[in-house]
Ligand binder design. Structure first.
Ligand SMILES: [Zn+2]
Length: 372
């Protein structure tokens, strides 16, 4: 049944589950690659699915401006529009309220249209309607994300406004099989995180996101805030940590009971010539990779590592950097999927402790990636 979330295995607070979307069931923990404008830049949606990803994230704010929700609806919804054969989720635009410096008041947010400079109004109800038309399996409520560090009264006011907007979004939502997730805010103030989690949970959503983190605070503060929210949120619903893809944070958040993640980083750093490998980050343009006949990552089974060498990719860095972005994007997504698979296996075999120690060795903020 759509919306059903069954937990199949646990190791400590970590869980392995199945979430039933209207397009089909997906396994958690899961990572969502980001197709901001309905495209994962340089990588076709079906290739993303071939790597094993089951949910693709797109952004309501961007789709609202271009191509517009009606145009997506006319093509049968987001999944048909961009050709991703599995689950879809749309973020609401709360992150853009912050990152694009939008103005907001009680009624909603006002953005500058990045394409023509005109003003665009987005209300909690408008975000629900836009996401209904776009037609993803999961819709997020509109919230106010706060850039950190920020004064406590500002974080508190934005967190309280996010709760009032969540109530309005819940009232505006039609029961059409599309799941609706609420978003916990509160910055790194643990008391605020807890009260926000309580109030959002009280409204009652199909799932709960933890938003407004990894926006300038330390990794320790991020994980403390995640732990505080997870301790309050209902344990029988999926939990989604927004905007986090870093192997260290992601793995530890799984250990704290988070089920879903998204981040642009695997493809973005790929476009900047950086590969994620079992021994850390690797800048492929470095002269020492010329004439290196090994694959990017010897433990990776992705199409790139199966076919071409570091030498070839180093050559691309000079000869065709755009194509290099495609190759590294594919590999980095495969790496991220591999990380998720390792976490799932660790939960199933109750070896999360060993898995987290291995992650610490390479990815803790103090560890140095050998490839740099
Ligand atoms: Zn690879």
């Amino acid at each position: 049944m759509t919306g059903e979330f069954s937990i199949l295995h646990r190791d400590g607070k970590a869980r392995l589950g199945r979430l039933h979307l209207r397009s089909g069931a997906v396994t958690t923990p899961l990572f969502m690659p980001v197709a901001t404008r309905a495209t994962v830049r340089l990588v076709p949606a079906w290739s993303v699915a071939d790597l094993g990803f089951e949910v693709l994230l797109s952004n309501t704010y961007h789709l609202l401006l271009r191509p517009g929700p009606e145009r997506v609806a006319k093509q049968g919804g987001l999944a048909r529009f961009h050709g991703f054969p599995k689950g879809t989720l749309t973020d609401s635009g709360g992150f853009q309220v912050m990152s694009l410096g939008a103005r907001f008041n009680e009624s909603g947010a006002r953005f500058r249209n990045v394409y023509d400079g005109s003003w665009v109004d987005l209300t909690p109800e408008g975000a629900v309607e836009a996401q209904r038309l776009i037609g993803a399996d999961v819709a997020m409520v509109l919230d106010v994300c706060t850039q950190l560090p920020a004064p406590q009264p500002v974080v508190a006011a934005n967190t309280a406004l996010s709760v009032r907007w969540a109530e309005r979004a819940k009232r505006a939502k039609e029961p059409d099989g599309q799941l609706q997730f609420g978003i916990v805010q509160g910055g790194v103030d643990l008391a605020l995180r807890r009260s926000s989690a309580l109030e959002i949970a009280e409204i009652g959503f199909d799932g709960y996101a933890i938003g407004g983190l990894a926006v300038g605070e330390t990794p320790v503060a991020t994980l403390e805030a995640v732990g505080a929210a997870c301790a309050i949120l209902p344990s029988d619903r999926p939990r989604y940590l927004m905007g986090v893809g870093d192997p260290y944070l992601l793995s530890h958040a799984i250990g704290l009971g988070v089920d879903m993640f998204d981040c642009v980083s695997p493809t973005r750093i790929g476009r900047h010539g950086v590969a994620l490998t079992a021994s850390g980050k690797m800048k492929i343009k470095a002269p020492r990779f010329a004439a290196d006949g090994r694959p990017l990552d010897e433990s990776c089974g992705c199409p790139v590592c199966q076919r071409v060498s570091r030498d070839f990719l180093n050559h691309l860095a000079h000869a065709d950097p755009v194509s290099l972005g495609f190759y590294l994007g594919m590999h980095n997504l495969a790496f991220q999927m591999g990380l998720i698979r390792q976490a799932r296996a660790a939960i199933e075999s109750k070896t999360m402790g060993i898995f987290l120690r291995r992650i610490e060795e390479v990815w803790s903020p103090e560890a140095k990636g050998s490839g740099d």
